[in-house]
Design a protein around this ligand. Structure first.
Ligand code: DGY
Length: 327
């Protein structure tokens, strides 16, 4: 019988075509908005494979709704905090993500947010667009210098490393905090390890977050952490919203505890914490870190490869729990 794949959103066509060419029966939930939970639970029933996005909670309830034939879930993201990996492994369901292919796009986005926030690009855009610009003035929209400043990177994985490379090209000093030391980054990029998070925060002019969201990193940056940052500092987040206590950040931005923030991700996407959108010292992006055509096509390709391989009982390189193939 033809294996069935549910895809929870419209994707780049290359991924869908690859699955079709492999002879799979595809059900794509159309459009940009996620299916409701009820709709999702209905659509996954009887599927052999699911292609999910970070907005879909994959838990025991969903796995039960899908049924015992479900063999693989390909998550269209590098982050997989939406997936109960233990529950999937217990049922022998392979889970894949999309590492590697979005590293450069996301590091570009973090650097863009850093520069745009430092130089108040969106405030300038609004001023010009609204016809309120009266001409060049020495004290107009003064930002902060990037070159020669210190960037603290929290999480020196692939994306943290790629951002460090960019920051070095901009003449920045780079510090990093990570669960373990990254000697390759230290040697190749002359970045310096700081063991204590608060020490890194207090020494940095810019701080950028690149950790996965786990119970340990939930609200890693809260009131106490914002309080030790420099008053002139800028916080960048392209990782996951709940790593920052967003209400504490709003307060810190309002009271000038820190100078500004550049955010691509939010605690309760797509909603924003009260007061965030009213602040002028924050640059907001709608979770578009990996949103280039090339990257999204590469993500679609990886998902399709993982599904096709797993349905044949083979492990793809991007399977997170490849032990399921030996059980
Ligand atoms: C990811 O891959 O985890 C991003 O947040 C979506 O591109």
């Amino acid at each position: 019988m033809q294996a069935k794949v549910f895809i929870s959103r419209d994707l780049p066509q290359n991924g869908i075509s690859a699955l079709e060419q492999a002879g799979l029966k595809i059900d794509v939930y159309p459009g940009e908005l996620p299916p409701s939970r009820t709709e999702l639970l209905k659509r996954v029933k009887g599927c052999d494979a699911l292609l999910t996005l970070l907005s879909e909670r994959v838990d025991d309830e969903l796995l039960t709704a899908a049924g015992p034939q479900l063999k693989v879930i390909a998550n269209f993201a590098v982050g997989y905090d939406n997936i109960d990996l233990v529950a999937c492994s217990k049922r022998g369901i392979a889970v894949s993500n999309t590492p590697g292919v979005l590293t450069e796009a996301t590091a570009d986005h973090a650097m863009m947010l850093l520069l745009a926030t430092a130089r108040r690009v969106l405030e300038g855009d609004r001023l010009v667009r609204q016809g309120q610009w009266r001409g060049w003035a020495p004290l107009q929209l003064l930002g902060v210098e990037v070159s020669g400043q210190t960037l603290g990177i929290i999480g020196m994985g692939r994306i943290g490393y790629a951002l460090a490379k960019r920051a070095k090209a901009f003449g920045m000093t780079v510090l990093y905090h990570n669960r373990s030391r990254r000697l390759k980054a230290e040697t190749e990029l002359s970045v310096r390890y700081v063991d204590n998070l608060h020490n890194l925060l207090s020494q940095s002019d810019f701080v950028s977050l690149h950790t996965p969201l786990t119970p340990e990193t939930h609200h890693l940056i809260g009131q106490a952490e914002l309080a030790v940052m420099k008053k002139s500092s800028v916080l960048i987040n392209t990782a996951r919203g709940p790593i920052i206590d967003e209400q504490a950040l709003v307060e810190a931005l309002k009271t000038a505890t820190i100078w500004a923030a550049g955010l691509d991700v939010f605690e309760r996407e797509p909603s924003l914490s009260a007061g965030l959108a009213e602040l002028s010292n924050v640059t907001l992006a709608p979770h578009t870190g990996s949103a280039t055509r090339q990257t999204r096509e590469a993500m679609a390709r990886l998902c399709a490869t993982a599904i096709i391989a797993a349905l044949k009982g083979e492990a793809a390189p991007n399977i997170l729990n490849s032990e399921v193939f030996s059980s």
